[in-house]
Design a protein around this ligand. Sequence first.
Ligand code: KIV
Length: 283
Amino acid sequence: MKSISEIKQKKIHSEKITVVTAYDYSTAKICDISGIDMILVGDSAGMVMLGYDSTMPVTMDDMIVFCKGVLNGSKNALVVADMPFGSYQSKFSDTLCNAIKFMKMGCNAIKIEGGSEISHLVGHLSCKGIPVMGHIGLKPQTSPLWNGYNIHGKTCDESVCLLNDAIALEKAGAFSIVLEMVTSEIAEKISQTLSIPTIGIGSGNKCDGQVLVLHDLLGLYDKIKPKFVKRYIDSISLFSTAIGTYIKEVKSGEFPSSSNTFSMIPEEFEKFNKYFKSLHLRE
Ligand code: KIV
């Protein structure tokens, strides 16, 4: 399994860090085998796995189930658990307790959305030995409530805030920061300024790494398609072709064929037939 220091070393060696989200055993295993550096069990699960319109309703209990699957499927990737809305907004003892739940399961780090306003949490958790990933720019849990799914860092004032947030998170002890929908100029400046890696999503190619939601990458989610998403395959049409063929074959009797069927020992079947006849069930 990759370590936090291996991830940090990649920045030093100018090696891009690759991250995808995953929420279950099967897809985590595919991501892991493909050689991904980090798997983020994102609360985007709320949208792509549970069909909510936002990440807001996702609970700790939901996230624990998703993390269980991912941990069982991944051997090499660093697994980061996303703290859902409500799991870090009240008392610090609750935040710590929730973060510890993820770490005890085997997650390697947690992610919290926010900048300077949550840097005290990042500091306290890091002091307890819990690696924390920050998340600034578009914060999907709360941004829609304030200003929607907007681009961040278009103006000088906004950019100053983003830079200050990034510096505050690094100072507090974050090991990495997600930059979501940040203008490429400011994402580059932040990446050059920090010594910890930045992981971009919709923030240009000058970040130290990139993350995509797996369902976006695979073309499995078509409710929305932000500009920054690249679909590498069209899974919806691949899956529906396969399922359509299955339906056709079941209806025609082509499936299951003898290769998908179990048979009795012939002599035993003969014996059974004799017994069956003796019952006179169909007279
Ligand atoms: O929940 C998530 O998938 C995320 C990524 C968009 C970074 O936070």
